[in-house]
Unconditional design. Structure first.
Length: 135
């Protein structure tokens, strides 16, 4: 599962970029496949993220098979992922994907849509902005 960290400031104090880097480092186990930092115009909000590669497959519109543990809550079985709880599930789902181009395309297209809707820095910014406004 990916990790997101953030700092919001409501005055003109300077950002401490080392703070966001320390937050990202503490969450590195949440997404060991990459990380980044984003700062809003006017520098009121700074976000950091750690990326887990399962979203790379989704972002590339490739079909994914996964266990149910530690994945995005937006993944839906047989819609944008095939969940595999047993060895038999893995084998059956791999065979299904191998045989059905239509299934591969459906899973890939829906995974990509899910990433664009819920797992971009812009969608996270909107959620954080809403949260900070409520404080």
């Amino acid at each position: 599962m990916c990790g997101i960290s953030g700092i919001w400031r409501n005055n003109n104090s300077a950002f401490d970029l080392q703070s966001i880097e320390r937050m990202k480092l503490k969450m590195s186990h949440r997404g060991p496949d990459g990380n980044g930092t984003w700062c809003s115009k006017g520098q009121k909000v700074i976000l950091g993220h750690n990326r887990l590669s399962i979203l790379d497959y989704s972002g590339a519109a490739l079909p994914i098979l996964a266990t149910r543990y530690g994945v995005s809550p937006h993944l839906r079985d047989d819609e944008n992922v095939l969940f595999c709880d047993t060895k038999s599930d893995w084998l059956n789902n791999l065979e299904q994907c191998n045989k059905s181009k239509e299934l591969r395309e459906k899973l890939g297209k829906n995974s990509r849509k899910m990433v664009e809707e819920f797992h971009t820095i812009n969608s996270s910014y909107i959620e954080f902005k809403s949260l900070f406004k409520s404080l």
